[in-house]
Design a binder for this molecule. Structure first.
Ligand code: NAD
Length: 451
């Protein structure tokens, strides 16, 4: 199958690369020339485990190509995926500018029947809008053979998780395909042939339901996180341990154990914007999403709570050296979009703290995000987690990288000026931290405070 991926970001690059690995002939198109030049010279723009090797293989075996040549990318493809960004506007609405421009591009260069697959996360009704833009552009281009230029639009939302995107693509929980034409359905089936399992099916729906499934899934997961964070607040007051509570409720098959980790809250390029997007779509249709508004508000508050927890041990951060571990919004990715660390670190910097940060892969992205405001000191990046601790007044943990779990805690204690840890991801055992003599503040559990 000849496939073009419009948009070579996290989703476009990983999906395109995996499709090439399945044997398809994939061209990844992007308007960002630097990104494409880098990819063509072997430089992968994002950190995603396993991606680099797969890209190398696809390129070497001539099934994976990177280009900025829109015309040939559109003309040569049987199936075109739209995988461009759909960020939030200031007011929370979904900004569909990039999707619109991708659709117009397809309309401009379409030369024969094509299936246009919306992989970006888009509000219900976008499939119709994409079809309309393509049709309008074909007419405006006045190609003379409009009637012959047929196409079908399909919705195929993406569920991969950054940090395990390749595994998720190769072993998906489900593949959702919103489609109305049989011809398009058959083409989509041959693209994903072999990935479905008896308990992990390809689910065919209408286009609008497929679009809705993606938002509903992300909004539900975000709500689950905010729910456990509110339970955590009560656990702290009542002497309960939220980790035990999560385990206890997660063992119930109706609830499930995932997305029940209390802490600093969700971030990333999807949950915050998709929750906002669904609230906004609901509003435009007269549906007031009370639950989602609450989930969003709780999530924003978790960052404030993190700051309060830091202040509870260091009331005045001015001039204090604060070590920060893990900057990306979750482990195994360098994605800094909407990372909770950014809100908290920027506040600490504004209040005069000195930040020494360590992240295994996100340094480059973090440097862009944590550009300092007037008067504050620039963030210093340490080479190792231990280096960040040297002489620091406390350690703040933002991301639960596995490597942080088993470091030598005695060495950590020796390096820190004061043995204080504020843990936004509950990675350590409070009893052990007490025995070792740390002041250990976490979420939804009882604080350990050393005099
Ligand atoms: P991204 O910002 O990493 O990548 C988007 C890419 O599209 C950029 O490289 C940009 O230059 C390119 N682009 C924009 N307009 C273009 C055009 N007209 N032609 C060619 N290229 C163009 O975004 P992403 O994280 O890959 O997300 C893409 C979509 O997938 C979003 O709708 C997102 O919500 C959804 N999604 C993301 C994830 C995730 O984990 N990142 C998971 C599931 C779904």
């Amino acid at each position: 199958m000849k496939i073009t991926m419009i948009g070579t970001g996290y989703v476009g690059l990983t999906t395109g690369t995996c499709l090439a690995d399945l044997g398809h002939d994939v061209t990844c198109l992007d308007i960002d020339k630097k990104k494409i030049d880098n990819l063509n010279s072997g430089k992968i723009p994002i950190y995603e485990p396993g991606l680099s090797d797969l890209v190398k293989r696809g390129v070497k075996e001539k099934r994976l190509f990177f280009t900025t040549d829109t015309k040939s990318a559109v003309e040569s493809a049987q199936v075109i995926f739209i995988a461009v960004g759909t960020p939030s506007k200031e007011n929370g609405d979904v900004d569909l500018t990039y999707v619109e421009s991708a659709a117009a591009t397809i309309g401009k260069f379409i030369n024969k029947y094509k299936v246009v697959v919306d992989k970006s996360t888009v509000p219900v009704g976008t499939g119709d809008m994409v079809a309309e833009i393509i049709r309008r552009t074909i007419s405006a281009e006045n190609k003379g053979n409009e009637k012959k230029l047929e196409f079908d639009v399909v919705s195929n939302p993406e569920f991969l998780r950054e940090g395990r995107a390749i595994k998720d693509f190769m072993n998906p929980d489900r593949i959702v395909i919103g489609v109305t034409s049989t011809k398009a359905k058959d083409l989509m089936l041959s693209i994903y042939k072999g990935l479905e399992r008896p308990d992990k099916p390809i689910l065919f729906t209408d286009i609008r339901s497929a679009e809705m499934i993606k938002y509903a899934a992300n909004a539900f997961l975000a709500t689950k996180i905010s729910f456990i964070n509110e339970i955590a607040r009560l656990c702290e007051k009542e002497g309960a341990d939220v980790k035990m509570v999560s385990r206890g409720i997660g063992l119930d098959e109706r609830i499930g154990p995932k997305f029940l980790s209390a802490g600093i809250g969700y971030g990333g390029s999807c949950f915050p914007k998709d929750v906002k997007g669904l609230i906004s779509t609901g509003k435009s249709r007269g549906v007031d999403f009370k639950i989602l508004k609450a989930a969003e508000a709780v999530n924003v508050e978790q960052r404030e709570i993190m700051i309060e927890k830091i202040k509870s041990v260091i009331p005045k951060v001015k001039g204090k050296k604060i070590a920060c571990w893990g900057l990306s919004f979750k482990p195994n990715t360098d994605d800094m979009r909407e990372a909770p660390s950014v809100t908290v670190i920027k506040r600490l910097l504004r209040e005069g703290a000195e930040i020494v940060a360590f992240d295994p892969v996100a340094k480059e992205q973090a440097e862009k995000e944590l550009v300092t405001t007037t008067g504050s000191k620039p963030v210093v990046f340490a080479e190792t987690p231990y280096d960040a601790l040297d002489g620091a007044d406390c350690l703040v943990i933002f991301t639960e990288w596995d490597e942080f779990r088993n470091l030598d805690k005695n060495k950590m204690k020796e390096l820190l000026k004061s043995p204080i840890i504020i843990d936004g991801r509950n990675i350590y055992n409070p009893d052990e931290m007490k025995e070792l003599g740390f002041t250990y503040i976490s979420f939804g559990r009882q604080d350990i405070r050393m005099e």
